[in-house]
Design a protein around this ligand. Structure first.
Ligand SMILES: *[C@@H]1O[C@H](CO)[C@@H](O)[C@H](O)[C@H]1NC(C)=O
Ligand SMILES: *[C@@H]1O[C@H](CO)[C@@H](O)[C@H](O)[C@H]1NC(C)=O
Length: 459
């Protein structure tokens, strides 16, 4: 009952806002204020403020995270960019050179990463093989300690597909290739116009929850205003995550804009005009600052997921396995350092407000949420620009992994009181996408500081 009433009030509120021409002109504001005036203080639906995030991210997290992401374990991402679009077939491939992705030569990627059998570590892996064999023979090797036997058997049994928010990319397919993320950076590609619009429109229109009674474009870059009033907290959160992802991608494109394109040299850098067109409060009729707030919201969600999954990475047998023992050990230390820093963040998002309430209704909602999200990960196969498809897939998979962590029953049931649960499992693919996706958002938050400074010089 309460929810329905809330919905009605929300819908009326949204209609009223549409009619009242919200976001009216306030000429006295400076360029910087017009993008950032609302992007300060407390964020909706959580108890964290933007300034705390900025300080935490820009000075403590960002530099170390960049270091980690440059390591072999994190830079090579296996992806199938040739999957057909499941929803329509008139994809016009972007032919521009900047849209292309250069896959790795087979000898570039360390063997330890390529060998599919190294799921956890060499030791754990041979244990699994032994155990699987023993199981087939109808007996578990008695020489293993009871604890190890139990753990190993559990490892071999994670069928956690029901926890997954993303369509598993078929990385075993012959079409899947390793891509060096450092050599194929996310930046302005020139991919825009109707095709790029179509993707975001489909995502917002068909896959974001929206109040059924309002018929208007939900894509906030379209002429109407995208509002999420009138939705329950979970559906509003879903919308905000997608909007945050969209905003983050646009921050990168504005920060790595192709400024100069001659046969002699290409120069990439900040394009303040582009940034303003997407985020200026007046130019976007009030939507820009809201998008930036959603970006912070996305940041908090992924940050919280990382803090929650620390015990998984703390297991002594967990390795960032590439085959280089010394480097692997150093990287694990850096990873744990970063994770402990994240854990110490004082104002973590409280995901317990999600999917609470009536158990049956909450489960239905969670399932809805999952299906919608999986759909979005499939839509990424319809992006015509391969570079954009690569980063789109990586970032949705990363966010999907974060959601899997936040809402996994196994994790909730087993951590942290009872220590790490061996039932909860992340693949290398999920780990690489989780950290790289968070790395992108962390970069966006850092870039906002740069744009803030650049805008202060403009009036
Ligand atoms: C910056 O972006 C705008 C579009 O937003 C474009 O018109 C302009 O040419 C770009 N500036 C440079 C130096 O490329
Ligand atoms: C998935 O996306 C397609 C294409 O946009 C749409 O037709 C379908 O209704 C979506 N399903 C869900 C569960 O969102």
């Amino acid at each position: 009952m309460g929810r329905r009433w809330g919905l009605l009030v929300g819908v009326l509120g949204a209609v009223w806002l549409l009619g009242s021409g919200q976001g009216g002109r306030q000429p006295a504001e400076s360029a910087a204020q017009r993008c950032f005036c609302q992007v300060s203080g407390y964020l909706d639906d959580c108890t964290c403020d933007v300034e705390t995030i900025d300080r935490f991210n820009n000075y403590r997290l960002f530099p170390r995270l960049q270091n980690l992401l440059e390591s072999d374990y994190f830079r090579y991402y296996k992806v199938n960019l040739k999957r057909p679009c499941p929803f329509w077939n008139d994809i016009s491939q972007c032919g521009r050179r900047d849209c292309a992705v250069k896959p790795c030569q087979s000898d570039e990627v360390p063997d330890g990463i390529k060998s599919v059998s190294y799921k956890y570590s060499e030791e754990a892996n041979s244990l699994i093989e032994e155990c699987e064999q023993a199981e087939r023979l109808g007996a578990v090797d008695e020489s293993l300690s009871e604890e190890t036997q139990k753990a190993v058997l559990q490892w071999t049994k994670h069928d956690d597909s029901s926890d997954n928010f993303c369509e598993a990319d078929d990385i075993q397919s012959p079409d899947a290739e390793y891509v060096d993320l450092l050599l194929n950076p996310e930046r302005y590609t020139g991919y825009k116009g109707p095709d790029a619009w179509k993707i975001w429109n489909v995502i917002y229109e068909e896959n974001c929850f929206k109040p059924q009674t309002i018929k208007r474009p939900l894509n906030p870059l379209a002429s109407g205003q995208g509002k999420s009033e009138g939705l329950c907290v979970e559906k509003r959160a879903f919308y905000r995550l997608i909007s945050g992802l969209h905003a983050s991608i646009n921050v990168h494109l504005s920060a790595r804009y192709l400024l100069q394109d001659t046969w002699l040299e290409k120069k990439w850098g900040h394009n303040v005009t582009e940034f303003q067109q997407r985020f200026d409060g007046i130019l976007t009729k009030g939507e820009g600052p809201r998008r930036l707030k959603n970006l912070y919201f996305l940041y908090l969600i992924e940050l919280r997921a990382l803090s929650k999954v620390v015990p998984f990475f703390e297991r002594p047998d967990f390795q960032l396995f590439t085959g280089n023992k010394i480097q692997d050990a150093e990287n694990k230390m850096l990873l744990l350092e970063i994770l402990h820093e994240i854990k110490s963040f004082p104002l973590h998002f409280d995901e317990n407000s999600f999917f609470a309430g009536d158990k049956k209704e909450a489960n239905k909602l969670k399932e809805d949420f999952r299906l919608h999200f999986r759909n979005i990960s499939r839509i990424m196969d319809c992006v015509g620009c391969l570079k954009c498809r690569l980063w789109g897939k990586l970032q949705t998979q990363g966010l999907g992994t974060a959601l899997k962590i936040l809402f996994s029953e196994k994790l909730i049931a087993n951590m942290p009181e009872s220590g790490p649960s061996y039932e909860f499992h992340l693949t290398r693919q999920e780990i690489v996408s989780l950290f790289n996706a968070f790395g992108r958002i962390s970069t966006s938050v850092k870039e906002l500081e740069n744009f803030r400074k650049l805008l202060q010089n403009i009036h």
